[in-house]
Design a protein around this ligand. Sequence first.
Ligand code: MRU
Length: 346
Amino acid sequence: MNDGVHAVAWTYGALTLLDQRRLPGETVYLRIDDVDGAIDAIRDMVVRGAPAIGIAAAYGAVLAARAAWRAYGAGWKGPWEADLERLAGARPTAVNLVWAVRRMRHLGLDLPDDQDPEPALLDEARAIHAEDLAANLRMGELGAALVDSRCGVLTHCNAGALATGGYGTALGVIRSAWKEGKIERVYADETRPWLQGARLTAWELLQDGIPVTLLADGAAAWLMKQGRVGWVIVGADRIAANGDVANKIGTYALALAARRHGVRFMVVAPTSTIDLSLASGEDIPIEERPADEVLELGGKRVAAAGAEAWNPAFDVTPAELVDAIVTERGVLVHPVHECLVDLMQD
Ligand code: MRU
């Protein structure tokens, strides 16, 4: 089974990350052997995508525990918890990060104080990683089954193997539907300002031999108007209890355009992305990133001198614009609060 490229791995006792800032030009792996390195890598977009940053943080928690055990012995838990808090705060929107750190914390605090915590924590981080890959493979099947007639699909940002433990969420569905011959063409928004679509999604699909057509983000509504797309398929960074979906900036505009043009809108995300503690998308913290990311291109200023920029990294699509949420536990059609709660209780 080809689950795509590997963005996150644990090799030779350290966290190994494919540096996604340098793709597609260079394939460079970074070895991270302390928690500060993991925090910096998440904040600086070496690793990105909601599930992938959760997995990287889980391995980061192992590194933090190793250092705390070496420095403090049986007193390791206090300093470790302080590190976990910093790790969970590395990026604010994707709830998978907090979810993974909480899961590691829960396991770690249950361990005897005088036992080296690394082996048990490493097993847990590996389990988080393996479960994410399994969830993606399952979502691939479930989402592909929704594509009922051969059509073009449009995706945004990168919700592929690079953004997850492997195979991808939205790109997992696209991979599966492609294999089943259901997709005429994959369209990918370039995804300003980080160009995850142009740099990462296009690269990842081409590695699998899946042809891809890129478009400027502003061209998406016009593509839909021409009848070239049957489904918009995207991932998510956090889904609130009422089904509102936070995802890469530009997703909301796609959902509005899709509804206007009769194009269906699918969100693909593991249950680790669902946050029942937030009643609606209004409560989801939206990361704002530095203005330079908009004012510059490839490190070179392109905006007029004196112009300012607003750079929200995510937006929230209201549940009423979502036709289906695909999770590893099942598909919610026209998601509403009650079905999300039921899904999480199963
Ligand atoms: O800023 P990024 O690149 O981390 O944003 C990623 C996205 O918005 C993805 O669509 C989302 O995390 C889903 S990844 C399976």
